[in-house]
Every structure is written in structure tokens, then in C-alpha cells.
Design a protein around this ligand. Structure first.
Ligand code: PMP
Length: 440
């Protein structure tokens, strides 16, 4: 077990100055039994070093953006060059056009794009645009999908399917929660009910087309087709939150991913992006059909602005990241490693009698401590959080960095190698062995 004394000290100090000691609640260890999170000091490729100089293999990838590994030289150079030329102009730049064109080519449903600073902002604005365009106010979303921390999407399901939402956070007014309807993912029946009930009040149906926030969960065959058809027949827009999924599984997004069929039938009206498209610097973007995007100021009445939006550093970093992802065989290699890793994890868990269900989509996967399939949020909730916490801690002690939550995915990057996988599998074998012995 590694010694993490300095992390403990820094956490104590952080608690005095930063609320909860962390700048995002997902970084706290609250969901895995509490205590000090690891304070990292340096990262390179697939590896982290903490303040005590312990080395970790990283599968967090900063919750997704770091798909090329940390400090990739091509991205580092792009950022350094950008910094030398000034990091923020407050004027348009040619670079912005370049990244916009790259996004449009990869995601053809986006005729027009606008850059913002985070996934939260991107999603929040797609909702405003959809409301402006349809002149309606309600939004339907799916339970367990995360769409950032703006008021409207921090609303959970009510007491049953097809009920108005209840706030998921203090500070979200009930009046706002009443604008949101939450239905179970993969449940067209629930969606039908909600649309029948609120009909011409529904501005948009918003979804993570492949879920990344309660594990990695594929839509069932026909789900997105049905969703798009029902929404459109109702005069509602379809918003895809592709903050996690864009450029994750292939050079494109879920709406063009070969693992999903009938691409024409699953095209959204608006798409929200973030994470990978900034190569690790803060970014978000949204886009969609021309006539819908023309609602946005200065062309239309829907207002959205940003001092930092489209800043040269984030844009240059994003372009460099996408250039790396255009490389031959990049996604195939991440997939090869993730197959090796998931097969090894499953075999190891089976050997020790630990129930484990793995949902893998190319180079990403979620590992759930349960025997049942995970296809919606209820099934994801119904997994063993204590087993996950034990596994998480055993892995951390052996230098494997995972997200401290049973819902989060593991991300392979272009920097992971066969040696990393081998080391991870050895650590997992030891973790499962210890878990099995603790249970008996
Ligand atoms: N949408 C999805 C699908 C996300 O996973 C996230 C972040 N995890 C967001 C939106 C919010 O993005 P950000 O944290 O950049 O605001």
C-alpha cells in the first residue's frame, strides 16, 4: 500500500479554504467511504504522480477529456504557441472557424456552431434555443443522465414515470422543476406517456444518446429512432447531450457511430459538446440546424454570450486533440486494450466469485458490482456500492486511479500500453482476492 501522507495534510489544509476541500464534488471520496482524496502533482501519458511521489495508472482521464493521455506533446505545443500569442482576445479569430469546421464535418447534424466554456453552458443554451424556437417551455429528460449543473437539468424523476420533476439540488426552485419531466432511459413507453400528457408544452426531449453518467449504457435498438420520431411528431426538438460521447468511440459522435443503426432516423436538432473537443482546456460547444441556431444572438432573440468563449488556447488545444484522433487506428488500439482489460477483469472477478457486469463500448467501459444487466438508472443504482468502494480503495493502494463513484466509466487513452493493462489486471486480481477473503 502506498503512503499518502501529503495528500492527507493537503486535504486538511484544503478543507479550511476550499469548500469541501474540492472544486467539484465528484472529486471527493464521499461515495467511497470518505477521507482524503489523492492530491496529484504531475501527469504524463497514462500516468499520474501524487504529492507523495506515488505513481498511478489513470483511468479517470479527467472524467473524459484526456483521451490522448496527459501532456501529449502535440497538444502541449499547441497550448504553448497559443499562450505566446496571447490567450484571450475578445475578438473573433481564424482558429475558431477551423475547429467549427472540424466539428461540423464530424457531426453533420450541426450546420452552425457556437463555442462556450463548459458542457454545462452548452446544454443550458441548447435548452434556451429549443424554447425560443418552439415557444414552449417544458423539457423531457431521462433519469440518471447528467447534463451539467444548471437549474433546469438538476431535476430528478418524480414519484413515478411520467411525473413532473422534483429538484435534485437545494436552490433549484420548484417552479423550475415543474418545467422538467423525467422518464426512465430506454423506456419509449414512458416517453409516449409524457408526450401525451404534456403535448404542446414540450419544447425538447434531451438525452445522452449513449449514456456515460450511470455507467456506459447503450440505447436499446429502436430507442433513439422512437425518441426522435415521437418528439418530432409532437413538434418538439431533440437535443443530444454528447459532452461525453463525441469523439469518444470513433472520430464523430453517437449520432454517426457504427454501433448504432439508422443514422438518418436518429439525428437530433441540437447537440451539446464539451470535454474531448478542448483537449483538456475548458470548452463547450453547441450546434444544430441552421434555422434553429439562427435563434441565437446576434441573429435572433435567444441571448448567449461569453467573455472566455472561443479563447485561442482552448481552441488550439481542441484542434490539436482532434488531429491526434484523426490518426490511423487510434480508436482500434484503445478498443484492443479495453477488450484485454475488461476480459481480464471479468475473468478475475469470476475466479473470486465477485459479481461483476461490464458494459464496454469501444475504449470505454463501466464495471458494475452486480449480476444483472445495467440498461437504465434503476439497474445502475441497484449495484453494490460497498463492493465498489472496497475495490476502489484496493486499486488506489496499488496505484490504479479510478473515479471515486460506482457510476463512472473507465477511459482508455491513446497513451495506455499493454504494460499498463497487465499491471492493472495484476492489481485487480489482488483486489478481488482481498475482497473475497474479507467476505468470508
Ligand atoms: N453533459 C454530460 C453528458 C456530462 O457528462 C457533463 C460532465 N460530466 C456535462 C454535461 C457537464 O459538463 P461540464 O462539467 O463541462 O460543465
Amino acid at each position: 500500500q502506498n503512503n499518502r501522507e501529503r495528500s492527507k495534510h493537503l486535504y486538511e489544509e484544503a478543507l479550511e479554504h476550499i469548500v469541501g476541500g474540492v472544486n467539484s464534488p465528484s472529486r471527493s471520496f464521499k461515495a467511497v467511504g470518505g477521507g482524503a482524496p489523492v492530491f496529484m502533482k504531475r501527469a504524463k501519458g497514462a500516468h499520474f504522480w501524487d504529492e507523495d511521489d506515488n505513481r498511478y495508472i489513470d483511468y479517470l482521464a479527467a472524467y473524459g477529456p484526456i483521451i490522448t493521455g496527459h501532456a501529449h506533446p502535440h497538444i502541449t505545443k499547441a497550448i504553448t504557441d497559443a499562450a505566446e500569442n496571447g490567450v484571450l482576445y475578445g475578438t473573433p479569430t481564424g482558429l475558431e472557424i477551423r475547429l467549427a469546421k472540424m466539428l461540423k464535418e464530424a457531426i453533420p447534424s450541426m450546420d452552425k456552431v457556437r463555442f462556450v466554456n463548459s458542457g454545462t453552458e452548452a446544454v443550458m443554451t441548447t435548452i434556451r434555443v429549443a424554447r425560443a424556437y418552439t415557444k414552449r417551455s417544458k423539457i423531457i429528460k431521462f433519469a440518471g443522465c447528467y447534463h451539467g449543473h444548471s437549474d433546469l437539468v438538476l431535476v430528478a424523476a418524480g414519484s413515478g414515470p411520467s411525473t413532473l420533476g422534483i429538484p435534485d439540488s437545494a436552490g433549484v426552485p420548484a417552479s423550475i422543476a415543474h418545467e422538467v419531466i423525467t422518464v426512465p432511459f430506454n423506456d419509449l413507453h414512458g416517453l409516449r406517456e409524457a408526450l401525451d400528457k404534456w403535448k404542446d408544452e414540450v419544447a425538447a426531449v434531451m438525452v445522452e444518446p449513449i449514456v456515460g453518467n450511470f455507467g456506459m449504457v447503450m440505447p436499446k435498438p429502436g430507442f433513439l429512432e422512437g425518441l426522435c420520431k415521437m418528439a418530432h411528431d409532437n413538434g418538439s426538438l431533440v437535443i443530444y447531450d454528447e459532452v461525453i460521447t463525441a469523439f469518444r468511440f470513433h472520430y464523430g459522435s453517437a449520432q454517426t457511430y457504427a454501433g448504432l443503426q439508422n443514422h438518418e432516423a436518429i439525428q437530433p436538432d441540437l447537440t451539446a459538446l464539451g470535454k474531448i473537443i478542448g483537449g483538456g482546456l475548458p470548452i463547450g460547444a453547441y450546434g444544430g440546424r441552421k434555422h434553429i441556431m439562427e435563434q441565437v444572438a446576434p441573429l435572433g432573440p435567444a441571448y448567449q454570450a461569453g467573455t472566455m468563449a472561443g479563447n485561442p488556447a482552448s481552441i488550439a488545444s481542441g484542434i490539436a486533440c482532434l488531429e491526434i484522433l484523426q490518426g490511423e487506428g487510434v480508436y482500434e488500439e484503445m478498443e484492443r486494450l479495453s477488450i484485454r482489460l475488461t476480459e481480464g477483469l471479468q475473468a478475475s472477478a469470476d475466479r473470486h466469485g465477485i459479481p461483476l457486469t461490464i458494459n464496454r463500448i469501444r475504449g470505454s467501459f463501466s464495471a458494475h458490482f452486480c449480476q444483472h444487466p445495467v440498461t437504465d438508472y434503476d439497474e445502475a443504482q441497484d449495484t453494490d456500492g460497498e463492493a465498489f468502494a472496497a475495490f476502489f480503495r484496493h486499486m488506489l493502494d496499488q496505484g490504479i486511479n479510478l473515479a471515486p463513484s460506482k457510476y463512472e466509466a473507465w477511459f482508455l487513452t491513446t497513451a495506455h500500453t499493454d504494460e499498463d493493462i497487465q499491471e492493472t489486471l495484476a492489481a485487480a486480481e489482488e483486489s478481488f482476492r482481498q475482497m473475497a477473503s474479507e467476505n468470508t
